[in-house]
Design a protein around this ligand. Sequence first.
Ligand SMILES: C[S@@+](CC[C@H](N)C(=O)[O-])C[C@H]1O[C@@H](n2cnc3c(N)ncnc32)[C@H](O)[C@@H]1O
Length: 267
Amino acid sequence: MGQTQSLALLGATEDDLEVATGLARRLGLPLLPTGSDPGANEQVDAVLLVRGRSLLLQQTGRAAPGPVAVEFGSGAMRHRRRSGHNELLGKAAGLGKKPHLRVLDATAGLGRDSFVLADLGCDVILCERHPVVVEMLRAGMNTVAAYGDQWLVEVLGRMRLQPGDARQLTVRNLQGLDVIYLDPMFPPRGKSAAVKKEMALFQLLVGKAGAGSDADELLLWALQQDVARVVVKRPSRAPDLAQQPPSHCISGKAVRYDVYVRRKLAS
Ligand SMILES: C[S@@+](CC[C@H](N)C(=O)[O-])C[C@H]1O[C@@H](n2cnc3c(N)ncnc32)[C@H](O)[C@@H]1O
């Protein structure tokens, strides 16, 4: 293999080969020999590793950090439930002003904010346009049953995956929504190894320069939709998206939520 490719599929064992082959075909990516070592691979920047029901994105090379996966049942996600961050996000979305808020997360990514919102009782559509991220989300959502945890099943029951660009959603998709939530940000938000690892992988997938470059347009699109509010997550000192001043901000230490109120949230 002479040419450098950025991403390839890899089955961890022979049992994973069928799924890995199907995904490679669907995503138009090369398939590496089953069980090969991502640490020793110099042909690709990262592998999408199929291991049982899990789909892990792993950078190649000896010094690479560990893999990233969507794991809604993980300790980190459970911990997130109790963080103050959730309160801020819930407040920004208008939680408590109307039962069962219907939220479109138009930049679903690894689904953590969607999960927080669904855990707070919102019905959430997770819209994601990057096909690899979509597959990671799908795998994460499909593995939930394996945890045998009723709470998790109920939270996931309020989440629905919608692949594609949010701006291409049909009127039917958008009907009855209360809130559009955007988190297009890519500048590093923290110093922890986990955050750095995820940022590096996102940048590898979505591209440093291109990432977030159409975020302004996304906000302008969202503001034209028939919703009660649009909420945008921003690094705390970042300028307003699309130079649009929000109605108000809910500020935390590293991030703030810019809230654009369009009308009252009525039950
Ligand atoms: C910073 S990540 C979001 C992280 C997410 N909030 C979380 O909690 O995991 C941004 C994601 O939005 C996606 N994205 C950006 N613009 C989009 C659009 N117009 N439609 C759908 N997805 C979009 C990118 O592909 C990327 O996966």
